[in-house]
Design a protein around this ligand. Structure first.
Ligand SMILES: O=C(NNC1=NCCC1)c1ccc(Br)cc1
Length: 325
């Protein structure tokens, strides 16, 4: 089988939500290549936390996995926890007849407040799934044996709907050729080595060990690369109060170039002029921020919305394919 689902941007492209049928009920889920749990708001989530969200009712067709629990926390310190059911999950026509559906019995305030978000669908490696006592497979791992090709592609867009495709590569979605790089799976992420970064034809340094993470909004780069980038924007400062680099919203924000697999890819400066940092709209928050304390470079949505990316498990050595959109 193969299929395609729309990825609809939230305000400021903060995250992208995709309609998914869970036990015959449609929920809008945040597809996340940085985690490996499929969890949903449910009839088991306290009403004080789930107002405004679509909820999965396991009573309809779910089979309880007795004694199974899950508990996840994300890089932005959001999190959720709950119990586990097996149910039918359909994404863009691709059907998992019995998928582990993790029903939330508690969610953090970030999830409670984002009422467009009804849960997450993890697309990292199943080795980091949090279900106990028996780890469960991601939707992709559950269906991958039934896909025409064991891969999915990500085509996020700035300010408009993109797509996640499963089982095939649509060559109309990218320009030029796809450059493939090997993936290191030991941390459970789609992790690879990126190369030199430049802006205004000036070297910013090397990016190094990076993960492709659709669940993270911004780009978190090595501190040296980040400070060298913002040194080229007059008025840019690293503001503790704002929580990162900000600059005048009318500044000239340079394009960011990064080499992957020997090819150079460009993130337009306008994607890096991310959001107003205050109500006056005078200062804007940067789409590139330092990866202090993370240990990896995270190439999140700001980067991914300039790219077409193939998450490829067609061979025993997973790989990532990058192309310009
Ligand atoms: O949590 C991570 N990605 N997904 C999501 N973020 C927020 C909601 C979902 C994440 C993954 C790897 C690293 Br390293 C840092 C952060």
């Amino acid at each position: 089988q193969s299929g395609s689902v729309a990825a609809n941007p939230e305000q400021y492209d903060e995250s992208y939500l995709c309609p998914v049928q869970v036990g015959g009920q449609t929920l809008n889920l945040d597809f996340d290549t940085g985690s490996a749990d499929l969890w949903v708001f449910s009839t088991l989530t306290p009403a004080t936390q789930s107002t405004g969200h679509a909820k999965y009712n396991p009573k309809t067709s779910g089979k309880a996995k007795s004694g199974y629990t899950w508990n996840i926390s994300y890089g932005d310190n959001s999190g959720a926890s709950g119990t586990v059911y097996a149910d039918k999950v359909v994404v863009g026509g691709v059907t998992a007849t019995s998928q582990a559906v993790e029903a939330a019995t508690s969610v953090s305030t970030q999830f409670m407040q984002d009422t467009d978000n009804d849960g997450l669908l993890g697309l990292a490696f199943s080795t980091i799934n949090t279900v106990q006592p028996q780890q469960q497979t991601t939707f992709f791992d559950t269906v991958k044996g039934t896909l025409a090709k064991k891969l999915f592609t990500v085509d996020l867009k700035a300010g408009t709907a993109g797509t996640y495709d499963f089982g095939y590569i649509d060559s109309s979605k990218y320009a030029g050729t796809i450059t493939y790089v090997p993936v290191k799976t030991t941390n459970g992420f789609w992790e690879f080595t990126a190369g030199a970064a430049t802006a205004n034809n000036r070297s910013l340094g090397s990016v190094g060990d990076a993960i492709a993470d659709t669940g993270t909004t911004l780009m978190y780069l090595p501190t040296a690369v980040t400070s060298a980038y913002y040194a080229q924007i007059s008025g840019a400062t690293n503001s503790a109060a704002a929580g990162g680099y900000i600059f005048p919203c009318d500044a000239d924000v340079p394009d960011f170039h990064i080499t992957i697999g020997g090819k150079s890819f460009t993130v337009p400066g306008e994607y890096i002029n991310f959001t107003p940092a205050d109500n006056s709209g005078e200062q804007c928050f940067g789409g590139i921020q330092p990866n202090t304390g993370i240990g990896f470079t995270i190439l999140g949505d700001v980067f991914l919305k300039a790219m077409f990316v193939v998450f490829d498990q067609t061979t025993s050595a997973p790989r990532l394919g990058f192309a310009a959109q």
